[in-house]
Design a protein around this ligand. Sequence first.
Ligand SMILES: [Zn+2]
Length: 241
Amino acid sequence: MAKSLRLRYYADRAEFVGWTMNDQESRMEIIRFGKLLHERGLTAATDGNISVRLNGDSVLTTPTCISKGMMAPDDLVVVDMNGRKISGYRDVTSEIVMHMTVYRMRPDINAVVHAHPPTATGFAACGLALDQALVSEVLLSLGSIPLASYATPGTSELSEALEPFIPDHDAILMANHGVVTYGRDLTQAYMNMETVEHFARIALVVRQIGCEHPLAAEQVSKLHEIRQRIQHYKAELPRRA
Ligand SMILES: [Zn+2]
């Protein structure tokens, strides 16, 4: 279907099913970033999941068992703040507990992305955090990326393993599993995932070259100060979907 026809179809569909503007925009954004996750190799097959906080008492999320690169707006599911389905014909993602834990612990967060990017997941499978001060820009955007211990996917134990890191980090490696990132909007949550995988590739090259040269503590603390200012500035920006 041509793009203009497709947009018209979804506009009509939104009116028919009673989606609000916020709901409709969030659906289109999840589909857009789902395609990016798939096309850039951050997920494969039906891996990964995405969610967006719609308002105070509901969250829009991807369903289980679907490629994140091949979703339509109708495929998405709305859940309450306990992760129970409110609407949608598909079943909710099995990782909904993890998403809801992030929203519960971080009122500033409005979007969560979970994926299995190959290089970062490789570090997680080796039991290695991405917490070395190797690249200044990563320290500015994410600080360090810790490693949470392994727990079975889709269980509350997985959320418990993440909980100690959620307050102070926007990206976490999950041992022998993958990565979760989040942000004040979906653009930020997605970009955090890209940053994690990009940094993992750099960290891998550093290991291959074999002469690590991390930043000194004083250099790290200067970057930390700048990061605080950037975080403050970002918090003032208008939120996208
Ligand atoms: Zn997973």
